[in-house]
Design a protein around this ligand. Sequence first.
Ligand SMILES: *[C@@H]1O[C@H](CO)[C@@H](O)[C@H](O)[C@H]1NC(C)=O
Ligand SMILES: *[C@@H]1O[C@H](CO)[C@@H](O)[C@H](O)[C@H]1NC(C)=O
Length: 430
Amino acid sequence: MNSATTILGLPNELLLAIVAAGQEIVDGQQLKPEWTCSQVCRRFRDVIVGAPGLWTLIDLDLHSDSLADIANVYFTRSQACLLSATLRESKDIQNDPLVAEQLSVIVPHIHRIRQLRLFLSANAQIALAPLRPINACNLERLEIRNTVDLFDRTVELFSAGAQMLRFIGMKGATPHFPVPWAAALTHLELRKREKWTSSEGSSGGLTISTHCPSLAHLSLNMVDISMGQLHLPCLTVLHISLLNSVADQFHLLAIFDLLDAPALVEFRISGTHADQILVLFNSTGLPHSSFPALTSLTFVNVSCGCDEIPDDALPITSAPPLFPLLSSLSLIHQCFMSHLVEGVLSSLHTWPVLKTLTLVPPEPRYREHKAVEDVCDTLWNACRPKPQVLPKFRLSASLLARMKQREDEEDEKSGIDMELDENRFVTYIT
Ligand SMILES: *[C@@H]1O[C@H](CO)[C@@H](O)[C@H](O)[C@H]1NC(C)=O
Ligand SMILES: *[C@@H]1O[C@H](CO)[C@@H](O)[C@H](O)[C@H]1NC(C)=O
């Protein structure tokens, strides 16, 4: 059979399905299936051009001379459909007004844009000026990544409204408050390059609490106690990374006391040090905060480098009183890991609901740095002989391999329910 005839004989519905499937795979600057397939023959072109749904994913290079023409092809062919638009600077040309001018091609169509992603190297305050006074009435999701290190600006957006906007992710730029739509936001991720104090003197925590009371998911970096109190009654997921200049053992406890978030279920913190965790676990109560709903707690410290357990390290003798419902504890690249694990396992009878313990020890960088070996020993010694109910263990690849090797060496099963911790590890190293 002639394969060319077979392709040309594709029924229209199948052709449209193939192009749509191709669009799910392609991201970035590669050739788009709606262009390549429509060039095969006249019929393909007519079918594809006549399918508005295939022209709803706009991806434009802000430095392209043909930006306006390409944009108009999409705006026309998509007819009345809602759109996802990505606009990127492919290089840093340091001409902020030009970027603003190019970006303004979307302004007349902003009411049709549901998702907007901007990758900028220009000064966001200048480049985003066209978006300031307008109403983005169908926008649900906004992502802005300012890739040049110099710019960490407050940008004023959609002052005429954005009543459907629920998700904002920004890096190297911060939304300017107050704006009327902020009260309905449920998801906010901000990666700043300066710590969390605003120039007006009020703290970043207060600004977010005041303007975004509906937040369910919040991610912040560069956090220290200058952030001030966060009052977020609907917050269920919180990810923060600590400014790493403070290493006082009471620092983490002080950060927890900033959080008035009684609905919080999942909390992940990076930049923690083990002696701070020990103080937190030893604490029986905090003046301003409690965590009645918290089930998942994750501590990440990519590389503080210390692995000697100091003689005066606090022991863990019972489950942390602050977290009565804790069912999942994760320690990722955390120092004193074997000390922490030993404390948890020796006091397991006091952890009423612990179901999962995720352990990703620091990988050996020096020959004498042997966290994987130490944690393996701790697990083996603590769990094997005792007939007690153990949590499920999610282990890093090297720790899991070491445990299996240990089983072979001893010719004995560990009796531990263990599996590979696959997804989580990747997302921590950001
Ligand atoms: C780990 O924690 C220590 C002590 O707080 C800090 O100095 C260090 O920078 C942290 N490392 C990372 C990668 O966050
Ligand atoms: C640990 O808890 C006990 C009892 O609440 C308290 O007296 C002690 O000061 C705590 N230790 C640290 C280092 O926080």
